[in-house]
Ligand binder design. Structure first.
Ligand code: PLP
Length: 281
């Protein structure tokens, strides 16, 4: 692969990150993942908008315009001949001798790479997935997309060891979100429930794009939190993310959702999203 490190496109074997990079030492870095389908980036404006917001919240002064960043992403896709997969960007605060406090004069470091994989038409999207339920172990500013992901790593690894495909996280008796996705359920009345934006969850770009499509179709999205029991008893459930698009959830913990197969509304939302992304399905 050709990767991007601090202003240069180089083979991945030649990439070097400094020992004193704050992303490495403190997780003092933010990231974004954009889906690439048929060589095109999906919802990238939303991802770059969220990247800017994350940088602002942490006061990381990246001196690049959105056009320049999008140009780097496009060049990564072109140089790697990427048709289907993801393009990853990470901005660290910069390098300095180890100290919790940082100088505002640090130069942020941008790195990027691509990962090739099929995102649409996967088994998970066809048949749905089983998600475990676990206590949300993360910090209180989950609206910032930081590279500090150990909570998610531990929760996903534990869910996998218990035979699940993924995990939904729970706090104060309510589902916050998936470990790397936005969680949704569909009620018997056909309302799509998703949690309102707050510091408790990461605002999903895929969710935002889907909400716009739903509004145009007259489908109702209700922004409210739901308990694990309500999710298990829902008519349908699904999760969204850049790398999993719209993925049906057919089992939550020990309970099947509906009849244990992807439901008709979820199928409709999958089709809406793929159509908007210009993908034949
Ligand atoms: N929530 C968390 C914790 C995530 O890590 C992600 C994506 O990785 C999402 C939600 C979904 O966000 P998006 O649709 O922008 O990929």
């Amino acid at each position: 692969r050709i990767v991007y490190v601090h202003g240069q496109f180089i083979p991945e074997e030649e990439a070097r990150i400094g020992l004193f990079d704050r992303g490495f030492l403190f997780g003092d870095a933010v990231y974004e993942v954009t889906a690439v389908i048929g060589g095109r980036m999906i919802d990238n404006d939303l991802h770059l908008g969220r990247l800017c917001r994350s940088l602002k919240e942490l006061a990381i002064p990246l001196a690049l315009s959105l056009e320049q960043i999008a140009g780097i992403q496009a060049e990564l896709i072109a140089r790697n001949d990427l048709r289907d997969g993801t393009v990853y960007l990470q901005v660290s605060r910069g390098e300095a001798d180890r100290d919790f406090l940082y100088s505002e004069a640090l130069a942020p470091k941008l790195v990027g790479f691509t990962q090739a994989k099929m995102l649409s038409g996967t088994r998970a999207q066809r048949d749905g997935i089983a998600v475990d339920l676990a206590d949300d172990p993360r910090w209180k500013r989950r609206d910032i997309k930081t590279a500090m992901l150990l909570g998610q790593v531990m929760a996903k690894q534990a869910a996998r060891a218990r035979g699940f495909d993924d995990v939904w996280l729970v706090e104060n008796g309510l589902v916050t979100e998936g470990a790397s996705s936005t969680a949704h359920v569909i009620t018997a009345e056909g309302h799509i429930l998703t949690r309102a934006a707050s510091h408790v969850t990461l605002p999903g770009c895929t969710q935002r794009a889907l909400a716009k499509l739903c509004a145009a179709e007259g489908l109702q999205i209700v922004e409210r939190a739901f308990a694990p029991g309500e999710a298990q008893a829902a008519a349908e459930a699904f999760q969204t993310s850049a790398s999993s698009l719209v993925t049906p959830v057919v089992r939550i913990g020990v309970r099947l959702v509906g009849n244990g197969r992807p439901g008709p509304m979820t199928r409709k939302l999958q089709a809406l999203y793929l159509e908007a992304a210009g993908i034949a399905h």
